[in-house]
Design a protein around this ligand. Structure first.
Ligand SMILES: Cc1ncc(COP(=O)(O)O)c(C=O)c1O
Length: 402
């Protein structure tokens, strides 16, 4: 990608950014028990299968989005569902001062326990006991907001806040075509008024996840056009809510692939990308105009455990170490002569018919189909620089689905 600027330079030239560099020294928050024995070990000696982060590539990727946010005067609140690692969340929060996004209450709790005090929960909570946890967090954190999109989740949130005589900030999700959660644009004004009128809720603005536009985009220009078209639609909704007399302090949007287009639209105040530090085969496919394999910072390193035939090897990375929740397959990094053809739980079947130098014991590194669900399969993630282990992070919010 030719992006040479370190995060230190980007931070130093932006008045909005904390001058602390992403890679400045900070003591790890909670070190996995085996971390000290792994530090400075050559990566070739680390047991596999293992998720490894190329720290230089991650710094470049982070710098790219931080610089974008600075240039376009938009907040960058990173989605930490991608990695679930408090150290990385701190790094991202420090780089912009804009807080983080979580997708589950359990993730919010882990981040809060580790001192992150500005969190947006981009998900609706409805169960009574979970709402008690949410209200408690809302009171403890410096800044907290949650998400609503229908009366069915607004009413229990209002009741929970009222039970504890407090006020919770609610963001209204708008569906721009993704077809998951989110109120239809034509019903947004009515719901925004409903939230604004609720005695224990504060209307904090709107959120829209416009990731559907990337599926059909045929080129960079097409992706940009589709993002901006979606944002025009969102701007109409925001205007209508304002016309009804409800202020819209925040307009949050953005996935990794769309943020750098959507974030240029004047209606947007904040982007929420998640995968951008790492990338994966999905991002590589969509953003081929700016990414190559070296930008895929998080990979899984495996070991060949069997060569049952001259044209086939088996690696120790199957679907329990590389998530197969998409139709995409892992891509061997820097090895065009190998092809991942099938996964069972602990086995990865590799077509080696084009390779003449792959043997049992060799290591094969894969760009993963979906980085978020892959990291969620592992207890730890290893950061590598100059071929050595430099960080061992615990995936603390792993499994925190409630
Ligand atoms: C609401 C919301 N915002 C932002 C993101 C981040 O998108 P990405 O992981 O593509 O960067 C996600 C991811 O699923 C999401 O659900």
């Amino acid at each position: 990608m030719g992006r040479e600027t370190g995060i230190r330079l980007a931070a130093a030239s932006h008045s909005q950014l904390n001058t602390t560099a992403l890679n400045d020294f900070v003591m790890p928050l909670r070190t996995p028990a085996d971390a000290p024995t792994q530090l400075y070990r050559p990566i070739d000696e680390v047991e596999t299968p293992v998720v490894v982060v190329d720290l230089d590539a991650m710094d470049r990727n982070m710098t790219d989005y931080v610089s974008f946010a600075r240039e376009h005067d938009v907040a960058l609140r990173s989605h930490v569902k991608t990695h679930k690692i408090p150290d990385l969340a701190h790094m991202q929060h420090r780089s912009t001062g804009d807080g983080v996004v979580c997708q589950t209450l359990g993730e919010v709790e882990v981040m809060a326990q580790n001192g992150i005090d500005d969190v947006y929960l981009s998900y609706s909570v409805v169960q009574r006991s979970k709402l008690e946890r949410l209200v408690w967090l809302s009171e403890k954190l410096e800044s907290f907001a949650t998400t609503v999109d229908c009366r069915g989740n607004i009413d229990p949130l209002q009741s929970a806040a009222a039970r504890h005589d407090t006020t919770v900030t609610a963001i209204l999700e708008i569906d721009l075509g993704y077809g998951r959660t989110g109120v239809a644009p034509e019903s947004a004004v009515e719901l925004a008024e409903y939230v604004a009128d609720a005695s224990n809720l504060e209307f904090g603005g709107v959120m829209a996840f416009e990731a559907h536009v990337k599926a059909d985009a045929e080129s960079r220009a097409d992706l940009e056009r589709r993002c901006l078209e979606a944002m025009d639609g969102l701007a109409d909704v925001v205007e209508a809510i304002k016309d009804a007399g409800v202020a819209v302090p925040d307009v949050k949007v953005g996935s990794t692939a769309t943020s750098k287009f959507s974030g240029t639209h004047p209606v947007v105040t904040e982007i929420n990308p998640g995968m951008y530090p790492f990338n994966d085969t999905g991002e590589l496919g969509i953003r081929s105009y700016e990414l190559d394999e070296s930008d895929c910072a998080a990979t899984v390193i495996s070991t060949v455990i069997s060569k049952p035939a001259s044209d086939r090897v088996v690696v120790d990375a199957g679907s329990k170490s590389i998530s197969m929740d998409t139709s995409r397959i892992p891509i061997p990094k820097h090895r065009d002569d190998l092809e991942y053809v099938r996964a069972s739980e602990e086995h990865g079947l590799i077509d080696a018919s084009a390779a003449d130098d792959v043997e049992v014991g060799d290591r094969v590194e894969f760009i993963v189909p979906h980085v978020c669900t892959t990291i969620n399969l592992h207890d730890t993630v290893i950061g590598v620089r100059d071929g050595e282990v430099r960080e061992v992070w615990e995936v603390q919010a792993r499994g925190k689905v409630r």
